[in-house]
Design a protein around this ligand. Structure first.
Ligand SMILES: C[S@@+](CC[C@H](N)C(=O)[O-])C[C@H]1O[C@@H](n2cnc3c(N)ncnc32)[C@H](O)[C@@H]1O
Length: 352
């Protein structure tokens, strides 16, 4: 097979475009389904089982990206354009990649994030780190500032078994400026639970300014990762959970702990401007319990809830949950499977 090089201009004049798409492990079929519903016909092949696939859309790249970015999907976590495809025969392919990139004026003296990933078996390199290093050495002529966060441009390189896929895009076009959308946070000393990462990620992904809220209700709060996050952002928090909150939180001046089931508590109308719920509970029960508590959330208030997928058909389940919240004057801003969500997604809603 010949090497195939699609320049940006050629992509504009063909009506196909190719992307490498990434979802949380096991959820790639749903990300494929989302694309199929949006674009109709497409071709898709697996690069990493359950996680990464190469898709051909019968649409121009610019239009396809605009469609995806303007209405971000739930399960598709990350996309990267494929503008150059080469047989991955070690150094020769890297040489050609570098030449291709060195021809792009916009990359000179720019801030660039060089993101390399690889399938388990790839002839291009031993590790993604090695791949990145080898390419970096060949790009010194760009005189660019290679950064990790907030770049102007992302150069994405994916080494599949015997092919190398290369694309240049802005971070927004990739749905995330993290390589593969795998957003990492540092574990802190004394961190109460890993669940805290979900709210940290929601803050970044949904662009929520938690400091703008005054008073939050945290339903299913124990052991208290989310509560501790909200306290750190300066909120007053009411935590509801029959299980024990972490001892480090027990005497916090801005925290009221109610060691109860959510069905046993009621609050004043409009008492909160934020409601969060991370109950490990069936979605139907969760929706019922949260809806009963919604009068305590003021108009314009924000709700963030995780929805367990319970091995059911996720699309249908999510549709039902959203419809049920919409009956209760909740407008869904985003539904997204965060990188830190396991068998669940996160809903970000505003009460109108
Ligand atoms: C995944 S944990 C929450 C983790 C928490 N967000 C954190 O950051 O530490 C789920 C919690 O929901 C609580 N839960 C389950 N059903 C509940 C109910 N009906 N009312 C209140 N809490 C409930 C469980 O006791 C459990 O502590």
């Amino acid at each position: 097979m010949d090497d195939k090089i699609l320049t940006n201009d050629e992509q504009k004049h063909t009506t196909t475009s190719r992307f490498i798409c990434t979802a949380n492990h096991g959820f790639a079929p749903y990300a494929q389904e989302e694309l199929r519903r949006r674009f109709g016909k497409l071709k898709s092949s697996v690069l990493v089982s359950g996680e990464v696939f190469l898709v051909t859309l019968f649409e121009e790249a610019e239009q396809a990206v605009a469609n995806i970015v303007s209405n971000p999907p739930i399960f598709l976590r990350h996309i990267q354009p494929v503008q150059l495809e080469l047989r991955a025969d070690a150094d020769e392919a890297l040489e050609q990649t570098a030449q291709y990139l060195l021809r792009q004026d916009k990359l000179y003296e720019a801030s660039i994030s060089l993101q390399a990933r690889k399938a388990e078996r790839s002839v291009a390199a031993e590790s993604a780190g090695e791949l990145r290093e080898k390419l970096l050495q060949r790009l010194t002529g760009l005189n660019a500032d290679f950064v990790v966060r907030d770049p102007e441009w992302v150069i994405s390189v994916f080494a599949a078994e015997d092919m190398l896929y290369i694309g240049v895009s802005s971070p927004a076009e990739n749905l995330s400026d993290w390589s593969g959308g795998a957003i990492r946070f540092q574990r802190e000393e004394g961190q109460i639970s890993r669940a805290k990462f979900k709210l940290l990620e929601a803050e970044q992904s949904f662009g929520i300014d938690f400091r703008s809220f005054g008073s939050a209700l945290d339903v299913g709060a124990a052991p208290g990762g989310w509560t501790s996050f909200l306290l750190e952002r300066g909120l007053k928090v009411t935590a509801v959970d029959p299980a024990l909150m972490h001892e480090s939180l027990r005497n916090h001046p801005n925290l009221r702990i109610l060691k109860k089931n959510a069905s046993e508590v009621r609050f004043r109308e409009n008492e909160f401007d934020l409601l969060v719920c991370d109950m490990s509970w069936s979605p139907k029960q969760m929706v019922k319990l949260v809806k009963e508590l919604l009068p305590s959330l003021g108009t314009g208030g924000t709700a963030i809830v995780t929805v367990k997928l319970m091995h059911k058909k996720p699309m249908a389940l999510i549709g039902e949950v959203i419809a049920s919240f919409e009956e209760a004057q909740m407008q869904v801003q985003r539904a997204k499977q965060l990188f830190h969500n396991r068998d669940e997604i996160t809903l970000y809603m505003i009460k109108y």
